[in-house]
Design a protein around this ligand. Structure first.
Ligand SMILES: Cc1cc2nc3c(=O)[nH]c(=O)nc-3n(C[C@H](O)[C@H](O)[C@H](O)COP(=O)(O)O)c2cc1C
Length: 195
């Protein structure tokens, strides 16, 4: 069974909620998924690094803070340099997700940060894989998938004044599950092809 780690940071619980729904999508598509917060990785030695090394894929998740990843996530990304030295993550599947208060919110910068990190590790980046759901004839933001309209990864919106119980909304959480399914399918295909 394809194994996929989700490593995320969430200051106020919204990204954590998205991570749960990405996991649901992964599992619905038959992958084994495990969540890790960046806090588990204390330094380059201490933390479940061996579990990341053993995973077939790693999905990175962070809120967008001041137009990029949170500082806690940035610290984790720096710590991955130890795996970089040994090509430890080479040819693993990689993907990324973020949430922010604004519909746009400069989320692309966060996703690009993850894609660059994955490329430095020679990982295989999986994008969102579907067009924004709205069109001229369907502009109902309450129901469409990928309403933030990002392609590089999963992008959701959490209105700043709403708690994680209410944001992101159901359409964005469904978008997270669709994204999880895509990453699971890509990982399964990649693992099968390598056998
Ligand atoms: C320090 C800080 C910086 C933020 N910067 C942005 C930003 O650049 N763009 C945006 O749309 N929202 C921004 N927000 C809003 C958060 O992205 C949003 O509240 C998100 O849901 C927080 O996720 P979390 O609950 O997982 O921490 C910021 C929030 C904080 C606390």
């Amino acid at each position: 069974m394809a194994t996929i780690a989700i490593v995320y940071h969430s200051g106020y619980g919204h990204t954590a909620k998205v991570a749960e729904h990405v996991r649901s999508g992964l599992e619905a598509a038959g992958a084994q998924a495990k969540l890790y917060t960046v806090d588990a990785f204390v330094d380059a030695e201490t933390g479940p690094w061996d579990e990341l090394a053993a995973a077939d894929g790693i999905i990175f998740g962070s809120p967008t803070y001041m137009g990029s990843t949170s500082a806690a996530m940035a610290k984790f990304l720096e710590l991955t340099s130890k795996a970089w030295f040994t090509d430890g993550w080479k040819d693993k599947i990689a993907a990324g997700f973020t949430t922010s208060g604004s519909l746009a919110g400069d989320k692309n910068e966060t996703l690009q940060r993850f894609a660059t990190l994955a490329s430095q590790h020679a990982m295989i980046w999986v994008n969102f894989g579907a067009k924004p759901g709205y069109s001229m004839s369907n502009s109902d933001f309450a129901t469409v998938l990928n309403r933030a309209g990002h392609f590089l990864g999963l992008a959701t919106q959490s209105l700043n004044d709403l708690p994680p119980e209410q944001a992101p909304d159901a359409a964005d959480l469904q978008t997270a599950e669709v994204f999880g399914q895509r990453v699971a399918e890509a990982t399964k295909r990649w693992v099968r092809g390598a056998a």
